[in-house]
Design a protein around this ligand. Structure first.
Ligand SMILES: NC(=O)c1ccc[n+]([C@@H]2O[C@H](COP(=O)([O-])OP(=O)(O)OC[C@H]3O[C@@H](n4cnc5c(N)ncnc54)[C@H](O)[C@@H]3O)[C@@H](O)[C@H]2O)c1
Length: 372
């Protein structure tokens, strides 16, 4: 087996601490990454073409090791983070007699991980689930930290969900080879975010700048592994300090996300999460400048990295967003308290962000008016 990097998520409760295994060609060793061996049944949740590409060999490995194996396929796309699909997955879990010592495997991007994690968290009050992320976004962000969710139809991005940690995460960069360039860039939006939220990531900004060509062209496994490992470590640190988003630390991971969520739901999820995040980071930078939280030099450095990676910065015209409706949609954000919307904004030094909750509606409308 190639070298495996292991990141421990220590949540001060030994029964739910787990490891994130990162490497190349490591999926063949998935049985070694199970936290225990005596699972009564395994169910794999994925999309049909991911099953063809990677799921079949996972199935073979489990069957060779005498596990009872079931498969559940769902449609790809954000619309699968939905009550009806969730209900349907739970029904299948019941039909297949999964019990409390069964394991749900999620093979896919953030959609599969968020939906599967949520199903695992409520089925029989919680069964084990193991994440095998297959998009860059899922590797560096959604598979780490135990946030699970489905959407409600109107403005309801991630409004139903739970904090529920996986029992193990296996990140094999070989699986990312089939990802198209758009999806790669969606993941890069979440990677870049880490460079701007905590001082201990100042070096990461330099790393990303220096290696942008290799990262975009995906031609250097060592650099890709280091980028994923650093991102996972950053997220892990925050999650270990603030598992339930109580102290404000974990909220920093939402840089650009308050804007992103209204753009995603306002476009009926036609704007992908990663794209919405890069547009959201641009809006956050603009807002920080208006509030004089950062210098123009710092703003330019942030924008330069977003541009260097060819990420989307402008709100697309075709959805006819208007400033008033966008501002109204903020009240559905989970971070809103007493109708006060919280924004994570770059503030001070380059790799520093903070949470602000006293942004007036007028300011937001003005921001959208100059950005639409
Ligand atoms: N739980 C969290 O902490 C967290 C964090 C960030 C984002 N999210 C959520 O993640 C979701 C977005 O995740 P995503 O960007 O991975 O989207 P996704 O799961 O929809 O995957 C994007 C596309 O890539 C395809 N795909 C996946 N793996 C592939 C592979 N290896 N090869 C080829 N194609 C592949 C999928 O079928 C899909 O069409 C959003 O719902 C967002 O809210 C959750």
């Amino acid at each position: 087996m190639n070298e495996i990097r292991e990141i421990k998520i220590d949540l001060n409760r030994p029964s739910i601490n787990y490891k994130i295994h990162i490497g190349k060609n490591i999926l063949n060793h998935i049985i070694d990454f199970l936290p225990k061996k005596n699972f009564s049944k395994i169910m794999l949740l994925t999309h049909s073409y991911l099953y063809e590409l990677y799921g079949k060999s996972i199935e073979a490995l489990f069957k060779e090791n005498n596990y009872e194996f079931n498969l559940k396929l769902i449609e790809e796309g954000e619309n699968s983070k939905d009550w009806n699909i969730c209900h349907n997955v739970l029904e299948d879990m019941i039909q297949n007699n999964l019990d409390r010592s069964s394991l749900l495997l999620t093979l896919g991007g953030g959609v599969i991980g968020d939906l599967g994690g949520f199903c695992a968290s409520i089925y029989q009050r919680g069964i084990d689930f193991l994440q095998i992320p297959t998009t860059l976004l899922a590797c560096v962000d959604s598979s780490v930290g135990g946030k699970t969710a489905i959407n409600l139809t109107n403005n309801g991005k991630n409004l139903i969900g739970s904090f529920y940690q996986p029992c193990s995460v296996v990140i094999d960069i070989n699986l990312l080879k089939t990802l198209n360039q758009n999806e790669w860039k969606n993941g890069l939006a979440e990677v870049i975010k880490y460079a701007f939220i905590r001082e201990d990531n100042a070096e990461f900004y330099k790393f990303l700048e220096q290696n942008k060509n290799e990262i975009l062209e995906r031609n250097n496994d060592e650099i890709i592994l280091k980028m994923i490992e650093t991102s996972v470590q950053s997220k892990a640190k925050v999650v270990m300090q603030d598992e339930y988003e109580k102290t404000g630390q974990r909220m920093l991971l939402n840089l650009g996300h308050t804007f992103a969520h209204v753009l995603e739901s306002g476009s009926s999820y036609q704007i992908a999460h990663g794209t919405a995040v890069s547009i959201g980071m641009n809006l956050a930078v603009k807002l920080s400048r208006i509030l004089n939280l950062i210098t123009e030099e710092t703003a330019n450095k942030i924008i330069k990295l977003i541009l260097d990676f060819g990420l989307e910065m402008q709100i697309p015209k075709q959805y006819n967003f208007n400033a008033e409706a966008l501002v109204k949609a903020f009240v559905y954000d989970k971070k809103a308290e007493n109708k006060k919307i919280k924004f994570v904004l770059p503030s001070g030094e380059l790799s520093h962000s903070a949470v602000f909750s006293d942004i007036s509606e007028k300011l937001l409308k003005d921001l959208f008016s100059i950005s639409l």
